[in-house]
Design a protein around this ligand. Structure first.
Ligand code: FES
Length: 117
């Protein structure tokens, strides 16, 4: 995880309405954890569970393309969803510019230790 953020690498998350600034090699889920937010996961950010997946609502061209592992893990999810949707794993998603994603259940962490992969 790279904790230094770069202006322009913002990811807006709805419906909660929070914006995370990502470092150049930082994933969305890592930025959320660094910022003190809970993000749904079962595997702890290891690209195994798909619980972290998001729908990109805007700025998909600013997302770094998925790697083969992400494509493989997401295949069962994509098979069940509208092919028009752009779905990505938050634990793999890096961005080069502004992006807006939809993800339910993201919330400010109330207590406990953040999940750090
Ligand atoms: S956190 Fe499990 S696949 Fe992303």
């Amino acid at each position: 995880m790279n904790g230094s953020s770069v202006p322009g690498r913002q990811v807006d998350v709805v419906p909660i309405g929070v914006t995370f600034e990502l470092g150049p090699e930082e994933t969305l889920i890592a930025a959320a954890w660094r910022s003190g937010y809970y993000w749904p996961t079962v595997c702890g950010g290891r690209a195994e569970c798909t619980a972290c997946h998001v729908v990109i609502e805007d700025g998909a061209a600013n997302a770094v393309p998925p790697d083969p592992v992400e494509n493989l893990v997401l295949a069962p999810v994509l098979a069940k969803r509208d092919p028009q949707l752009t779905i990505r794993l938050a634990c793999r998603l890096k961005v080069r510019g502004p992006v807006r994603v939809h993800k339910k259940a993201v919330r400010q962490r109330i207590g406990g230790t953040p999940f750090i992969a």
